[in-house]
Ligand binder design. Structure first.
Ligand code: FAD
Length: 387
């Protein structure tokens, strides 16, 4: 979808975009409902009604983000990708570039990213790597190696809390491309899947690019990095066309550059992590950076009164269950922000905030406190918060 907003339209809306975590599906098979609610929209597995709701939300979001300039218009592009949606806003479009051409380019760039890193696409390079039973060096593209290498770097930094080889556990808990379950797997099943996990069981070779799996049945899941990687690829595409003022989002992973249409930094809202509804917790003013939010309040199922979310601790094989509800991270790239947000989410509030402070990571933590929420941010993050 291509749309231009004018100052008048923008004025009618509070001016910010929404950073949130997670996705939408309502499904059941026995047990309590498995509920996940749309970040601002995911259309992979929802029905037409949900898709139209999604488009309305996309429109809303497109209109909200950084408009209201005196001079002109903001070009917005949006559409489905990665089981969720992308949204791109361009202020001050260089002459000679058209919305149609940009839309085609952005769609192509994201399709290429999906063809490399998706576990939801059987023909993708990653799916072929996951199916390959060899424990010898397996040649891969530089693109795939770059994302896997970022995952390995974050695993070392987070002492294994972040681990891209967590795929067997993600699928076992029903948060992967396979069947959706809302049953707690048996201890034996968790132990068996856990035996296939461990980032140290994966070796990388830069030239010629290749990966070596210690076990042939290892399964790499790049979902925690994918949306950020997608946003960075779109940013690189826009940079190459001389566009200096944009916001490129794939669900909750966002890259911003330059200024919005009224010449001020892009405004991004951090969502309150309440499963129902959408309220804004904080507004950020940000430019020339990548950011992402991870949380356990959108993609989860409940069983026996306990919540089981898609954020999995690779060491215990269990979904994390804690006070920490969401983490928003700012880094130079969206892929790093995306991965770090998941890592800090899995580490929890104590270890997560300690790592963020030690590494001077700009991070904003929202914690459950009684019926409400509290928050904590690192010094590096405070500069982005609206005064
Ligand atoms: P994040 O916190 O960013 O990531 C959480 C995800 O990371 C979990 O869902 C799990 O997959 C993984 N994970 C869990 N624990 C850990 C850990 N400790 N360390 C590392 N990783 C962990 N979904 C669909 O429904 N349909 C699709 O067609 C589809 N296609 C996709 C294509 C691509 C290329 C990608 C990257 C994802 C796709 N998805 C699809 C998945 C979906 O978008 C994910 O749920 C999403 O990427 C998770 O992002 P998030 O921001 O919700 O959570």
């Amino acid at each position: 979808m291509i749309r231009e907003t004018t100052a008048a339209e923008a004025q009618t809306w509070k001016r910010y975009s929404l950073a949130s975590a997670g996705r939408e599906l309502i499904g059941r098979s026995g047990g309590e409902p498995r509920v996940v609610a749309p970040p601002i929209g995911c259309i992979a597995r929802t029905d037409a009604k949900a898709a139209s709701r999604l488009l309305v939300r996309l429109l809303l979001c497109a209109l909200i983000a950084g408009c209201g300039d005196r001079s002109g218009k903001t070009l917005e592009l949006s559409g489905p990708t990665m089981g969720t949606y992308y949204s791109v806003k361009v202020a001050r479009l260089p002459a000679g570039l058209s919305g149609e051409a940009l839309q085609q380019g952005v769609t192509g760039v994201l399709a290429q990213a999906v063809a490399v890193i998706s576990t939801y696409k059987a023909s993708s390079e990653l799916s072929r790597l996951n199916r390959n039973p060899s424990t010898d060096w397996i040649p891969v593209s530089r693109a795939l190696l770059s994302v896997i290498a970022e995952g390995q770097r974050l695993s070392a930094l987070s002492d294994g809390a972040f681990d891209i080889t967590v795929g067997p556990l993600v699928n076992l808990w029903g948060f992967g491309p396979d069947v959706k379950i809302d049953e707690v797997p048996s201890r034996q099943a968790i132990a068996a899947a856990g035996a296939r996990v461990g980032y140290q069981k994966l070796q990388l070779r830069a030239s010629p690019p290749a990966v070596r799996k210690q076990r042939g049945d290892m399964y790499i899941d790049l979902s925690a990095l994918g949306e950020g990687y997608g946003a960075d690829q779109v940013a690189a595409y826009l940079d190459a066309r001389g566009i200096g003022d944009y916001m490129a989002a794939v669900a909750g992973a966002i890259r911003v550059k330059g200024r919005n249409a009224d010449g001020t930094p892009w405004r991004i809202a951090i969502e309150e992590p309440a499963p129902e509804g959408r309220t804004v917790s904080r507004i950020m003013h940000i430019t020339d950076a990548g950011l992402s939010t991870s949380g356990d309040y959108r993609n989860f199922f409940k069983k026996g009164g306990r919540r089981y979310s898609h954020e999995i601790d690779p060491k215990t094989g269990m979904p994390v269950d804690q006070r920490l509800a969401s983490v928003t991270v700012v880094r130079p790239t969206a892929v790093e922000a995306d991965g770090l947000a998941t890592a800090l989410m899995v580490m929890g509030d104590t270890k997560g905030t300690a790592l963020a402070k030690r590494e001077a990571i700009a991070a904003f933590f929202i914690l459950r406190e009684g019926k409400g929420f509290g928050w904590e941010s690192t010094a590096a993050f405070r500069r982005y918060l609206a005064r």
